[in-house]
Write a protein that binds this ligand. Structure first.
Ligand code: DGY
Length: 329
């Protein structure tokens, strides 16, 4: 069977799949998207990336495909309903990237609260003439309110880290309070009004697209900071630029953008915007383990078993799934 890997992955995923007996094609980093789609037509299994659109039209061209492993925890790039209808299990890579992503959220909180981008530019521009008591004053984390929106694994890991820095934690989830968590649950509006820092940890869905639009940003506390390590389109980037430019928000820490890889030019103008190129899970250990998880899950699914971390487990045992497994050359 043939497996397509969308781009080179750190670690041993491709070798593992070759040892399992698959013919593995790893596309180069600089390949055009059309090449991925062409190769997909020949593949029995694929490890795709969050940047590969996997909508119904792409899937329609992939007649041989029997399973999809996405190299990410988020799967908003994949039409899951279309996959289920087509009998395709889709797996993702949760848990393993929780700590790495929470670390980046913490980096962004620290950098925005302590005005690190402004301070680095100040030094680089040759404006530092000596120590001064009021030079580039930031704000303490201790005693500040951190509002976490979306309290899954990553949100909780951020809460634990921030608590160690003395922050007061509260959270909002659409599903309501989680009884096993020690932190208070607030309504979304109360969280917007109370938080000095808001950190976003929701998946991108129709319900969360532009969850932070002009009205919600206006309801945030004056001088607050917005952190996003989840998905760019959860925040209306143009509205965020406005909120920063007007001085209503004191900073933003973003690892994700509305139209990656583009960054709204207005964000670069703000002295206290920390902008990172979607590196939340980007450690060698985490990215290697994500590759192994994807490879193992794909192997299970292609062997006709229920793969771990399947996001559409209802696909198993459907006629469409059985037909997919039975087909292919
Ligand atoms: C994910 O997994 O969804 C991250 O955005 C990339 O690791």
């Amino acid at each position: 069977m043939r497996i397509l890997i969308s781009r080179p992955l750190p670690g041993g995923a491709a070798d593992f799949l070759r040892r399992c007996g698959y013919q593995v094609t790893v596309l180069p980093d600089d390949r055009p998207q059309e090449q991925f789609q062409r190769e997909l037509a020949q593949a029995d299994g694929v490890i795709c990336l969050l940047s590969d659109p996997m909508g119904a039209a792409v899937l329609a061209e992939a007649a041989r495909l029997r399973a999809i492993a996405t190299y990410a925890v988020g799967y908003n790039n994949i039409d899951i309903a279309a996959c289920t209808r087509a009998g395709l299990p889709v797996t993702n890579t949760p848990d393993v990237l929780t700590d790495a992503t929470a670390d980046v959220a913490m980096i962004l909180i620290l950098m925005t609260m302590r005005r690190v981008p402004d301070a680095m530019r100040y030094l680089a521009d040759g404006r530092f003439t000596g120590w001064k008591p009021d030079l580039l004053l930031g704000r303490d984390l201790r005693g500040k309110n951190l509002g976490i929106v979306g309290m899954g694994r990553i949100g909780q890991a951020v809460a634990r880290r921030a608590e160690a820095f003395g922050m007061k934690i509260f959270y909002h989830t659409r599903s309501g309070p989680k009884p096993d968590l020690p932190w208070p649950h607030l309504s979304f509006d109360a969280l917007l009004a109370e938080a000095d820092v808001i950190s976003i940890h929701v998946p991108l869905t129709d319900a969360t697209r532009h969850l932070f639009g002009p009205a919600q940003l206006r309801r945030m506390k004056p001088g607050a900071v917005l952190i996003n390590t989840a998905r760019g389109p959860v925040v209306d980037e143009a509205a965020l630029v406005e909120a920063l430019a007007s001085g209503h928000l004191a900073g933003a820490g973003l690892d994700v953008f509305e139209e990656e890889p583009k960054v709204h030019p207005g964000l670069w103008q703000h002295p206290n915007a920390v902008l990172l190129p979607h590196i939340g899970s980007g450690t060698l250990e985490t990215r290697s383990e994500m590759g192994m998880m994807a490879a193992r899950s794909l192997h299970e699914a292609l062997s006709g078993r229920r793969a771990p971390f399947t996001v559409n487990p209802e696909v198993y045992d459907t006629p469409a799934w059985r037909q997919r497994l039975g087909s292919g050359a």
